[in-house]
Design a protein around this ligand. Sequence first.
Ligand code: SF4
Ligand code: SF4
Length: 373
Amino acid sequence: MLKKLGFGMMRLPLTAGGADKDVDLERVAPMVDAFLQRDFCYFDTAYMYHGGCSEEVVRKALTQRHPRSRFLLADKMPVMMLQKSSDQPRIFEQQLARCGVDYFDFYLLHSLTATHYETACRLDTFAFARQQKAEGRIRRLGFSFHDSAQVLDRILTEHPEVDFVQLQINYLDWEDASVQSRLCYETALRHGKPVTVMEPVKGGTLATLPQAALERMRRIHPDWSAPVWALRFAAGLENVQMVLSGMSTLEQVAENTAAMEHTPPFDAAERAAVAGAAALLRQAAAVPCTGCRYCVDGCPAHIPIPRYFELYNTDLGTGGNTFDTHQAYYENYGPTHGKASDCIGCGACVRVCPQHIAIPDRLKEVARHFETD
Ligand code: SF4
Ligand code: SF4
């Protein structure tokens, strides 16, 4: 049986001082090898990860170095970037070449929302993917999803041919009114579709928990870290076939593979512990940004939106301590990027944000926090 941990190739280690595209291949290759040595085999990439370089890293670190039978590879059609139907074959061929494979084990329409679904309908993206599947270049077809359970129900009703869905599921979003993890999960279950889980640690948010939550968790499993709790919550859900983790270090690969050997469902005490942690986190939440970076490239003011939200969240979490470095980090971006107050409110970022964050409004908070004396 397939072990339920997938290696997300979107938070890879970077070279010293490097930008998002500067993935440190010398550190990635040993991580890939260690993952395979422990009998995990699922890798997940996308056209846009690491500024368009993730697929090439997959080729160099994985597909050129290991036999095709040793791994399963998932890639995604960037629906949000499609302008015309001829973009689809062009991008698909490019993806196969970049990855160095002649088929994908899993292929997804990337990040469907109601808006992106309209694009996929207009350009017949499902039909394109079905054709590739018929030709054996896609083994299993699915889509990743960031909208309400109602929209998910509509897509699954109109496209019963999909083999699986990829959903944002974690114990903090489980009852969240925007993300609707539980409702989306139950919708997939009702349609009989296996679920691949993305953002199980919510972009790192669930890696750092309030002390009271951690103490309760340690009483149940003294050897589980906060990220392990998050991964095991998702993996223990019935009908979940895979849980993706965007790993950045060899240590994370070692810890996560050890924790995901066996993934039984949570018992009542474990469920109560994560519900308690979620309640505490909700009390302290600032901006629910997962750091996916979908908003970054289209911003005319060149604002590093997720970086600012991360700094803001962390600064609030540490009580805005005058000795912390968040203010300095914020100011470091000044020479090369827009400030939070440079936002012109064009809304380009809001249209692509899978977390439905009111980004211009939240940037005003960031500007008030970091730009006023
Ligand atoms: S609304 Fe502001 S942050 Fe968003 S894309 Fe436009 S300028 Fe950038
Ligand atoms: S603001 Fe939204 S789109 Fe931008 S990185 Fe955060 S979650 Fe992603």
